[in-house]
Ligand binder design. Structure first.
Ligand SMILES: [Cu+2]
Length: 177
């Protein structure tokens, strides 16, 4: 056996082991449940408000990227749902101090795409299905855009997957917007 072969024999398993530890250590950070979702933000009073909300969310554990768009009032947020749920993301927006002072508040609703949401009857059915999920405060349906927005209350950890499952039970296929 040459020295080279010996080195491979010893270092091979060692490398795998070290790599295994690295994977274990970074598992929390990388996560397997990273999702990018659209929230509709209310309370944006002027363009700098988008920076206020972005800065607060960037400091929040589990949120990896965020872009708040002044024109559409949409926030595109990338987060790891094994660390922070959609409801908790909305809560993080709600507790962000408003740049105009305490009389104003930011609020975020999760947008979902529901292709079968074509008329008022379907909208009513979908709203009822989601309204029954604890943690959901209100549901707004937009049949023309085949989408809906979910507003959460202050306590709970409802995930997007749970909302999609509740819609599926009611006969709707839904996906993050
Ligand atoms: Cu502002």
């Amino acid at each position: 056996m040459t020295y080279r072969q010996l080195k491979i024999m010893i270092l091979g398993p060692l490398t795998i082991q070290v790599f295994g530890i690295v994977v274990m250590m970074t598992g929390d950070v990388i996560g397997e449940e990273t999702v990018k979702q659209t929230f509709v933000v209310q309370g944006l009073h002027c363009p700098p408000c988008t920076n206020t909300v972005e800065a607060a969310l960037k400091r929040t554990k589990g949120i990896e990227a965020v872009k708040v768009d002044w024109r559409t009032k949409n926030a595109w947020i990338t987060f790891d749902e094994s660390l922070i749920s959609a409801q908790q993301v909305a809560q993080a927006v709600a507790v962000t101090p408003h740049m105009m002072g305490r009389s104003m508040h930011y609020q975020a609703s999760l947008a979902l795409k529901v292709p079968e949401l074509k008329d008022e009857a379907a909208a009513k059915k979908a709203k009822t299905a989601l309204g029954d999920v604890p943690g959901v405060a209100a549901v707004y349906a937009y049949p023309q855009q085949q989408s809906l927005a979910v507003r959460f209350n202050g306590t709970g950890k409802v995930t997007t997957a749970e909302l999609i499952a509740a819609l599926k039970k009611a006969g709707f296929e839904a996906a993050p917007f």
